[in-house]
Design a protein around this ligand. Structure first.
Ligand SMILES: Cc1ncc(COP(=O)(O)O)c(C=O)c1O
Length: 344
């Protein structure tokens, strides 16, 4: 099977497993795990923040940053297809008791002035806007990458109005590889950032959040409440350190492979790649109407290629470290063949 459902399907490499086996561990709830501590320090330095916290998942990372910077009854503003809102089971409402209001984005990207236009006076009728969430790259926006200036513009506008900013950087390293920016260029103006090691970076599990000491201390408390405090998890943190040291630069290969995949699909009149420009490792595309996207994916699976439907008429493929250029080419050609057959 050529599995392009997500970059989360990667399995740890032998070298990563060896790093995990060699990890020194301790009870992280007592703060005693040297490998977790090393990862947290490394991540805080990478994004230029005072403190960082290792957490099990990207969902928990986002939701801790939300909970740590809001109170029940507060409002969050974000683009409507942001992962924290769209794909995290209603967690901002369920766990933080916040309502979310949407700013209209172009492939997930919006501006500081759009946020300012949405703000309301301080009045008993209005829910106080406390947090704005940016997602970079934007998953549902087709892996669209924010520029450093676009992030800074939103952060400046928010801070002028006393609103904090969280950056969902689940794939921040993909954005950095795509633009050449440093992680700290993106994070200097935001209050909190999250990053996943378990996506393109290839670790089996793990995310981290970073911010000022006080906010991370609050996130630490909520991590316990949410059941995310763990014990001898240096064995996992070692995989994440390995991923940061060895799997960042190679993300460029995933981006090139996604570009190749899109180029092959574009040649087929029955498929439409959307957006036209592929910036990172995701390709969204429309499939022929015959039977819908789920049926298309089912038939494709019978031919050895796994992708996911994204809507009734479109699908998503994601490149990653467990698929070679040849496999990506084969997958794209198989999709084209199926699209041609489905359109007859
Ligand atoms: C942008 C973004 N944020 C957060 C997450 C959540 O990560 P997890 O699946 O580890 O909870 C994902 C998962 O795909 C994501 O794409």
């Amino acid at each position: 099977m050529i599995d392009l459902r997500s970059d989360t399907v990667t399995r740890p490499t032998l070298a990563m497993k060896q790093a995990m086996m060699a990890a020194e561990v301790g009870d992280d709830i007592f703060g005693d795990d040297p490998t977790v501590n090393a990862l947290q320090e490394k991540f805080a330095a990478l994004v230029g923040k005072e403190a960082a916290l290792f957490v099990p998942s990207g969902t928990m990372a986002n939701e801790l940053c939300i909970r740590a910077q809001t109170e029940h009854g507060d409002e969050i503003i974000a683009e409507g297809h942001s992962h924290f809102y769209y794909y995290e089971g209603g967690a901002p409402a369920a766990l933080a008791g916040c309502q979310t209001r949407f700013v209209e984005g172009r492939r997930g990207i919006f501006t500081g002035s759009q946020i300012v236009e949405m703000l309301r006076p301080s009045d008993q009728h209005f829910c106080p806007t406390r947090l704005v969430v940016i997602e970079n790259p934007h998953n549902a926006g087709g892996g669209k990458v924010w520029s450093v200036d676009q992030v800074a513009d939103v952060a400046r506008a928010c801070h002028e109005h006393g609103i904090r900013v969280h950056l969902d950087g689940a794939r921040l390293m993909n954005a950095c590889v795509a633009t050449g920016a440093k992680p700290s260029d993106y994070t200097v103006d935001v209050d909190t950032v999250s990053l996943c090691f378990s996506k393109g970076l290839g670790a089996p599990i793990g995310s981290a959040v970073a911010g000022d000491r006080e906010t991370v201390a609050r996130a630490h408390r909520f991590r316990k409440i949410y059941g995310g405090a763990m014990r001898q998890v240096g064995i996992l943190a070692a995989a994440c350190i390995y991923a940061l040291d060895h799997h960042v630069d190679r993300l460029a290969e995933d981006h090139d492979n996604a570009g190749l995949f899109a180029d092959i699909l574009r040649e087929c009149p029955h498929l439409r790649v959307d957006p036209e420009v592929i910036e990172t490792n995701m390709v969204y595309f429309r499939v022929p109407e015959m039977g819908g996207a789920q049926r298309f994916c089912d038939r494709l699976a019978e031919r050895g290629v796994l992708i996911l439907p994204d809507s009734s008429s479109s699908c998503r493929a994601v490149t990653h470290l467990d698929v070679s250029t040849d496999q990506v080419r084969t997958a794209a050609e198989t999709i084209v063949n199926l699209a041609v057959e489905s359109s007859r």
